[in-house]
Design a protein around this ligand. Structure first.
Ligand SMILES: Cc1cc2nc3c(=O)[nH]c(=O)nc-3n(C[C@H](O)[C@H](O)[C@H](O)COP(=O)(O)O)c2cc1C
Length: 185
């Protein structure tokens, strides 16, 4: 179960650099894309920067809809991340193809993904220079949610399944207990 947490703590959900799944909806079409290159850039108000390829469909959805959710997936979602990052929402319905279930957000129109460790509902904060020079999309967090058993001012990682996913490169990932998973084979 997710609980709403103070916006003052919102950036702590991604302080340690987990792979996130960004979801955004434009014209009733939802896209979901893994993003590893992101960072908090302000605590008050909480603002997150994402580096997103300008040809990615999620980029278009975010720019046109002006909002998105940052979903923080647990370890069990690692194979879906590879699948979801290997095709474009322009060509396929990734929600169906990857077997995600989505749910309405409260502060934004884009939906969040069920079964996540945390969710940040973000509104696009457009900075033309960062966008044009570096494809950096900024989101101001309007609502933050975290797994009630696993977050108490910071992540707790109480069980093996409830760990975030970290991208080492290609199809190799690691988890906060130091275990490395290579999905190449
Ligand atoms: C683990 C992982 C991390 C990724 N991180 C990023 C990232 O930080 N920025 C980015 O632009 N693309 C990243 N990608 C690539 C996109 O997710 C991928 O190109 C995706 O298919 C784009 O889909 P879309 O066209 O539906 O947006 C990543 C892919 C994977 C598998």
């Amino acid at each position: 179960m997710l609980k709403e947490i103070s916006l003052d703590l919102a950036t702590r959900l991604i302080n340690h650099g987990p792979v996130v799944l960004v979801s955004s909806c434009y014209n009733d079409k939802v896209d979901i894309t893994p993003v590893a290159w992101h960072m908090p850039i302000s605590k008050k108000p909480p603002v997150i920067a994402l580096e997103i390829g300008e040809n990615h469909y999620i980029y278009e959805c975010i720019i046109k809809s002006r909002d998105f959710a940052i979903n923080i997936p647990p370890k069990s979602v690692v194979k879906k991340i590879v699948k979801c990052g290997s095709c474009s929402g322009r060509d396929v319905d990734k929600v169906k193809m990857c077997g995600f279930e989505i749910q309405p957000s409260k502060e934004i129109r884009s939906p969040a993904i069920n079964g996540m460790m945390g969710v940040l509902e973000c509104v696009l904060k457009e900075d033309k220079y960062l966008l044009q020079e570096y494809n950096i999309v900024l989101g101001e967090v309007k609502r933050a949610l975290a797994d009630e058993q696993n977050f108490d001012e910071h992540w707790l990682f109480t069980t093996d399944e409830k760990r975030t996913i970290h991208h080492l490169g290609n199809r190799t990932f690691c988890f906060p207990d130091g275990k490395i998973l290579d999905l190449k084979s």
